[in-house]
Ligand binder design. Structure first.
Ligand SMILES: Nc1ncnc2c1ncn2[C@@H]1O[C@H](COP(=O)(O)OP(=O)(O)OP(=O)(O)O)[C@@H](O)[C@H]1O
Ligand SMILES: [Mg+2]
Length: 322
């Protein structure tokens, strides 16, 4: 089990300034930024990576979230055959009486994380990475077409996978982005996404709800969109030179996938091949959406902390190069 010093974590939480983590009593060491929040570790627990979830309205909601994360990991492993990094969740009530959940994982070597490998390796290694990740995304797609009442969402970006090999051939990669556990039973989202909407400025919640939320969530269930996202993110990681090769690998898989006989008669449409222009177009609008959202959240943080002198409760990602 992942060792957590619970007293230290409680102390960390009570002295944390989520708006300006660098001003906290115990300073977090940032390991990486996602679109929604940051992963970090604490100097006295250097082998554990943490993510702090936005506060839950009550204890039950926090417990429910912990359960959903556990179920999500199980579905990925058992229903899709994906190796998932182990995690442990810890719930606490801080000095403000807020219900906070920390998600802990073993701290991964920086060099083992997909987007770092992408920068360090050549074409042969990178096409193998794309191939092995695309296989796993398609395994989720296959699960979602098996006619059962369960569908699973995944964020297949290369920055969500850990590669433990020392070169080719690749080991089975580990998926570690488990804090947005998306799965639907009979079409109903199991995660209460309202908790995540709380980090959106109040005046904008309606906009995100009606304009973005649908689009943001649905695409994690759409095999083709997840594959486009995988290739499109090579822009963000500075490997535009490998996008055509990535698309070629993905399209070969997609062709075979389309030919795979259905497990159940209620099969969705086969996945159409990807084109470079839609991958580029997707990246432009995706990068725009996330950058806009982050700017608005930063503005909200400023208004909240500097003008209204109130507590701001989310650790936002820092500057993201796109
Ligand atoms: N266990 C870990 N060990 C080391 N670094 C990590 C670990 N987990 C996350 N990171 C770093 O933080 C980055 C963001 O983490 P992760 O993908 O889990 O969150 P995210 O993209 O913000 O997820 P979401 O947007 O779904 O909340 C990773 O790409 C990686 O660089
Ligand atoms: Mg991520």
């Amino acid at each position: 089990m992942i060792p957590i010093d619970e007293t230290l974590l409680a102390d960390f939480e009570d002295r944390l300034d989520p708006a300006y983590p660098e001003k906290s009593g115990i300073k977090p060491i940032i390991l990486g930024y996602g679109e929604i929040s940051s992963s970090f570790c604490i100097a006295e627990m250097p082998d554990v990576a943490f993510k702090r979830m936005p506060p839950f309205p009550n204890r039950d909601a926090a417990e429910e979230y912990r359960r959903i994360v556990g179920n999500y990991c199980r579905h990925l492993e058992e229903d899709c055959g994906i190796r998932v990094l182990e995690h442990r969740t810890h719930r606490l009530e801080n000095r403000f009486g807020e219900h906070i959940v920390y998600v802990a994982q073993p701290r991964l070597e920086r060099d083992s994380i997909g987007n770092i490998r992408l920068k360090q390796h050549g074409a042969r290694y990178i096409t193998e990475m794309v191939s092995i990740v695309a296989d796993r995304i398609l395994a989720v797609g296959r699960k979602n077409r098996d006619g059962s009442n369960l569908s699973i969402g995944i964020d297949g970006q290369i920055s969500n996978w850990c590669f433990t090999d020392t070169g080719l051939p690749l080991d089975d990669p580990l998926y570690f982005d488990v804090t947005t556990p998306l799965f639907r039973v009979n079409g109903t989202e199991q995660l209460d996404v309202r908790v995540f909407l709380k980090s959106i400025p109040p005046g904008l919640v309606w906009l995100v709800k009606w304009q973005f939320l649908h689009e943001i969530l649905d695409r994690y269930y759409d095999t083709r969109q997840v594959l486009i996202d995988l290739a499109a993110n090579f822009h963000k990681e500075g490997r535009q030179d490998m996008i055509d090769a990535a698309i070629a690998v993905i399209n070969e898989k997609v062709e075979n996938f389309a030919l795979t006989p259905p497990v159940a008669p209620t099969v969705g449409p086969p996945v159409d091949p990807l084109t470079r222009s839609e991958v580029d177009g997707y990246y432009k609008s995706d990068a725009f959406m996330w950058a806009l959202l982050l700017r608005l959240r930063r503005a909200d943080r400023f208004i909240c902390t500097r003008l209204r002198r109130r507590r701001y409760n989310f650790i936002l990602p820092g500057k993201i190069k796109r």
